[in-house]
Design a protein around this ligand. Structure first.
Ligand SMILES: [Zn+2]
Length: 533
């Protein structure tokens, strides 16, 4: 009975953990690393065909984006996720595949000009389509027996529609262990979705630490603040441009705008138009507008019961074609434009920024995390007076607002509150899914509070029965101030993965007969003497 860390650090891959019980191998999440410029770093340190099941905590790509790759490489089992997660995966994985295809096309052009072979996408839309029939939609709070001594239960994580903590009960040779995977933990009081649930019992906890080293700013009245910005901007004849993540954040903005309109908070142009300019966001909004009564919080559910559609209002327009998107820039009627990507590093939002940043009467409203190095971050930090967009230097004259309290991730206090709900301290806590320093600082905090906490390295293996780390894993993360490592060749990466797999096979042979173990050791020794040069 083992627990494996295949994506412990964000710099290595997206979220991906493994459990082995009675020979059955189960993955928990199968995420893609954001911002990777090549498929090479996305390989698995195992053979996809050896995985029996996948449990997906939520639909975000950094938790699900390598599912098509897993299937392409031979996975044939069932994928368990909540019902809304299954629906969101269909649009998000198709979109991710589309991006992979476009990137490969772009790289191919460049490589061909350099005399190299064409680049292959990590996976295609056709690969993504194979994932969908394997999805098993599950409800919250129901124990599901997945066979070979493993059962799971999803508990609402309050992070994204359908997001879950995964509880896992394992039983092998009369021994029982309960492992809880936090997935991403949300924040209480979020619109539309419910607050994160609490779990009070576990032997082992695997907890995320995205915001493990910071506290959220004081909450503020988002409806009134947003209404004030819209009112002031429209009254000057300007546009309100909202860069927004297509799934989750966009629907929250629509939810707030519906209320702003209902309460008549925008006096200057009460019947203002709102353009949702992102086909992915439109598809996600359709899912959010479906039958979700079992997943909505009380306020949203009350609206639905009263016959009110929480994301629908007069003046909401969905922009499909890119021609229609461009036409918005010629229309001088003051309006609200919601578009993607949320960090402004790609997508239609960049056109809207080009046409609005330089106009002092306009406003840009950010509502999500802006990663270092993105255009969004440069704009909220006000580090530049001009930004390059489509070959032009655009001067920044509009108002820029940053609604930071809308984050969907629990801050340090939220994480501590969540782990504090366990009635007895778990045997071990593993801290994952945070940048290096954040992971370290949150782990130290937990140790200070009396938890036996560790931040496991990439490909580490923990024996759940003996409670020891049987393989420490390797440090694939660049340290502050170090030179970036030279990119390893694809073949060398394959060799590293084979090495990682060798360690796993060794740990699986633990307790085998002396004769077999000696033979195995002899074979490895002979291989090593051949290659140790
Ligand atoms: Zn997430």
């Amino acid at each position: 009975m083992k627990l494996m860390f295949y994506g412990a650090a964000r710099e290595v891959t997206g979220s991906c953990h493994g459990v082995e019980v009675n020979g059955r191998r189960i993955l928990v999440d199968c995420g893609l690393q954001h911002g990777s410029d090549s498929g090479l770093g996305q390989n698995f340190p195992f053979h996809a065909g050896e995985i029996d099941n996948v449990v997906v905590t939520h639909a975000h790509i950094d938790h699900s984006g390598r599912l098509p790759l897993l299937v392409k490489q031979g996975f044939k089992g069932r994928i368990y996720a909540t019902e809304p997660t299954c629906r969101l995966l269909e649009i998000l994985l198709r979109d991710s595949a589309h991006i992979q295809e476009l990137e490969a096309l772009w790289r191919s052009r460049k490589q061909r000009r350099a005399g190299d072979d064409a680049a292959q996408p990590l996976y295609t839309i056709a690969d993504a389509e194979w994932v969908f029939p394997m999805l098993i939609p599950c409800g919250y709070n129901k124990i599901i027996d997945i066979g070979d001594g493993a059962s799971i239960r999803f508990v609402d994580a309050g992070h994204l529609l359908g997001s879950a903590h995964a509880e896992m009960w394992l039983s092998e040779g009369g021994e029982k262990k309960k492992v809880v995977f936090s997935g991403d933990i949300g924040t209480p009081g979020h619109p539309i979705i419910r607050d994160p649930g609490k779990i009070n019992e576990a032997d082992i906890v695997v907890i995320e630490s995205t915001y493990g080293d910071r506290s959220r700013p004081e909450s503020f009245d988002i409806i009134n603040e947003f209404a004030k910005v819209i009112d002031a901007t429209l009254s000057k004849g300007g546009n309100v441009v909202c860069p927004s993540f297509a799934v989750g954040r966009t629907q929250e903005l629509l939810y707030h705008i519906r209320e702003i309109k209902e309460r008549g908070l925008v006096k200057s142009v009460p019947d203002f138009q709102v353009y949702l300019d992102s086909p992915l966001a439109t598809a996600a909004t359709k899912i959010y507008s479906g039958d979700l009564l079992g997943y909505l919080n009380d306020a949203a559910a009350a609206l639905v019961r009263a016959g009110i559609e929480p994301l629908s209002f007069d003046g909401l327009r969905f922009v499909e074609s890119s021609d229609d998107s461009k036409k918005l820039n010629d229309d001088r009627t003051p309006k609200v434009i919601i578009s993607s990507s949320g960090m402004c590093d790609a997508g239609r939002i960049r056109h809207h920024l080009k046409h609005n940043l330089w106009r002092p009467e306009c406003a840009v409203v950010f509502s999500g995390f802006q990663a270092l190095g993105t255009l969004g971050r440069a704009l909220v930090d006000e580090t530049a007076s001009t930004v390059p967009l489509f070959g032009e230097e655009i001067v920044i004259r509009c108002d820029i607002h940053n609604f930071r309290t809308m984050s969907a991730h629990a801050d340090r206090e939220g994480l501590l509150d969540w782990i504090g709900a366990f009635e007895e301290k778990p045997e071990s806590v593993f801290v994952v899914h945070g940048e290096r320093e954040t992971c370290k600082s949150f782990t130290e905090r937990l140790i200070g509070l009396g938890f036996r906490a560790t931040a496991p390295k990439y490909s580490a293996i923990h024996d759940l029965l003996t409670g020891e780390m049987v393989f420490e894993g390797r440090d694939a993360i660049r340290r502050e101030g170090q030179e970036p490592p030279r990119r390893d060749s694809a073949v060398y990466q394959r060799l590293m993965l084979a090495g990682t797999r060798l360690i796993e096979v060794i740990t699986r042979n633990r307790g085998g007969s002396n004769k077999d173990l000696a033979k195995f050791a002899d074979q490895i020794d002979s291989l090593l003497s051949k290659w140790d040069r």
